[in-house]
Design a protein around this ligand. Structure first.
Ligand code: ZN
Ligand code: ZN
Length: 519
């Protein structure tokens, strides 16, 4: 048996004579006695003085902003209940305590805590049985908690998946709102998203029309279709983006209820949008999209100029050029030629230049594409007057000269059999639809392709993605698309990140509060 260790002690020294010492001791002892009775255990000098000083600081903490602040020190129960509260609820709690202390000195203690979603409803009671109910959130006019409603709103506009929300709540343990209650809290919410969305796309349409140089000719738009999940897509959405504003002008969701055959969805969605534009007397000059023959037909029937995405056209040409630039030795001169080994990028770059400069003239585009062969044979008769081969008297070919007729014929055949050449009329304005691809990246944040959303939920998420895009396009994440180079769209990425804004969050919230107040 070891002897019990003597507890550590320290001594404080005060100035003063024995009379002062006696008076102080008397006061301190009286205080210790009262305190011991309250806490039902003996209290020593240290505990008495320490509690007195704490009390003083708590009473005076507002005058000591930079000094002692009355926060809790280290939490003793790190797994205690967490909940969300509001400013006004915190004030309300202090009012309850003040009101109680006016007629009763016993402290109010927590008697019961009930969690409702992220809200705590706490019953406070003193030893004299005075009881109060306090909730950490005020009610909205529909008798639902502000805190819970706002959190489900935040969850929805963030695009977070329900399962991510659940895991987040479980991890932090600050309450959770189940699916049924979430739906209940946001009754009529999607109508508000629709409302804000309609305003956004209508404004974008006005902006696009205003930015058009010749209103009589009409606006130029680009479209793309996207399937909601990878296999057996249930829903397809067609998005139309303005060539000048880069904003989404329309986004049409097509479901299997509209047409059981997914392959027909893009056409169906496009036709719906075309009809809507017609109803609104919006004239379309050029419509850019990935090559889809049925849409090409639909557009020409409506007398709208059809253009296909140039980048896809050039990508196809590049692939074919790679095949004639290298190969097995035994096929040299037949399927490939070593005079063409260095021509892939340069021919593709030239094709890009040609499409951008043929001003809608398909014959000119074809001529410029084919002239590449002559240029590499050092025959510059048909080259552009501004080309270096024409302007620089000391010009020398930087690529291997084509001398062999089989190399010449391989290159010209490859160019002539490319979609870019054969369908030159669909590329002669040199239009790119890369903004729709960029938009699809944003859509992926809201509609994860691995998840099968219900049609309603998918549409809601599409609208939120559109609101996010229209508010932030050309602001941050799309700036990397601003300078696509000829050969590879991603090769000259300029990343200029600006702060994103989320005004649409507030617009939806305000709209929703109005529907509650009207009800
Ligand atoms: Zn009381
Ligand atoms: Zn030339």
């Amino acid at each position: 048996m070891s002897a019990k260790a003597k507890p550590a002690r320290f001594t404080l020294e005060f100035p003063g004579d024995p009379v002062a010492k006696e008076a102080l001791k008397q006061k301190l002892n009286a205080y210790k006695e009262e305190m011991s009775a309250k806490v039902h255990k003996p209290v020593n000098h240290y505990e008495a003085l320490d509690s007195l000083l704490d009390f003083w600081f708590e009473q005076n903490s507002t005058q000591h902003q930079t000094g002692y602040v009355s926060y809790h020190e280290v939490a003793s129960d790190v797994n205690e209940e967490l909940f969300v509260t509001t400013n006004s609820s915190a004030v309300r709690l202090s009012q309850i305590c003040t009101a109680h202390s006016r007629h009763c000195t016993a402290p109010l203690n927590e008697k019961k805590l009930v969690k409702k979603g992220h809200v705590a409803v706490i019953t406070l009671q003193c030893s004299n049985k005075h009881a109060y109910n306090w909730s950490s959130s005020p009610y909205l006019q529909n008798k639902k908690f502000l805190v819970n409603t706002k959190i489900v709103h935040g969850l929805t506009v963030s695009g977070l998946l329900p399962v991510q929300y659940q895991r987040f709540c479980l991890g932090a343990n600050f309450g959770y709102i189940g699916l049924k209650n979430r739906k209940n809290l946001l009754t009529n919410y999607s109508a508000c998203v629709d409302h804000v969305y309609e305003i956004s796309v209508d404004c974008a349409l006005m902006e696009e029309s205003a930015a058009t140089t010749n209103p009589e000719v009409g606006i130029t738009v680009m479209s793309d279709a996207r399937h909601s999940w990878r296999k057996n897509a249930k829903d397809t959405s067609v998005v139309v983006i303005g060539d000048k504003s880069h904003k989404v002008l329309r986004h049409q969701v097509v479901t299997k209820n509209d047409d059981p055959v997914t392959q027909r969805h893009e056409k169906l969605g496009t036709v719906k949008i075309l009809n809507e534009f017609e109803e609104k007397s919006i004239t379309i000059d050029i419509w850019i999209h990935d090559r889809n023959v049925s849409i090409n037909k639909e557009l020409s029937a409506r007398d709208i100029m059809n253009q296909n995405d140039l980048w896809h056209g050039i990508k196809g040409l590049k692939k074919a050029l790679q095949k004639i630039a290298a190969g097995p030795k035994k096929h040299h001169g037949k399927t490939w030629h070593n005079e063409l080994f260095d021509k892939v990028t340069s021919v593709a770059n030239h094709a890009h230049y040609a499409a951008r400069n043929s001003n809608g003239d398909p014959a000119l585009l074809q001529q410029m594409l084919l002239n590449t062969v002559q240029h590499y044979k050092s025959n510059h008769d048909q080259c552009q007057t501004i080309s270096r081969c024409k302007t620089d008297p000391n010009f020398e070919l930087s690529k291997k000269l084509i001398t062999d007729s089989s190399a010449e014929s391989l290159l010209s055949k490859t160019i002539q059999s490319s979609t870019l050449y054969k369908s030159a009329k669909d590329f002669s304005y040199g239009k790119d639809s890369h903004y729709v691809e960029s938009y699809n990246n944003v859509l992926n944040i809201f509609t994860d392709k691995r998840i099968a959303f219900s049609s309603e939920e998918y549409e809601l998420r599409v609208r939120l993605a559109t609101l996010h895009w229209n508010e932030n396009v050309d602001r941050g994440f799309t700036s990397e698309w601003q300078a696509p180079s000829a050969a590879n769209r991603r090769s000259k990425i300029k990343k200029i990140y600006k702060k994103l804004s989320y005004d649409y969050h507030n617009e939806i919230w305000e709209c929703f509060l109005m529907t509650i107040n009207r009800a």
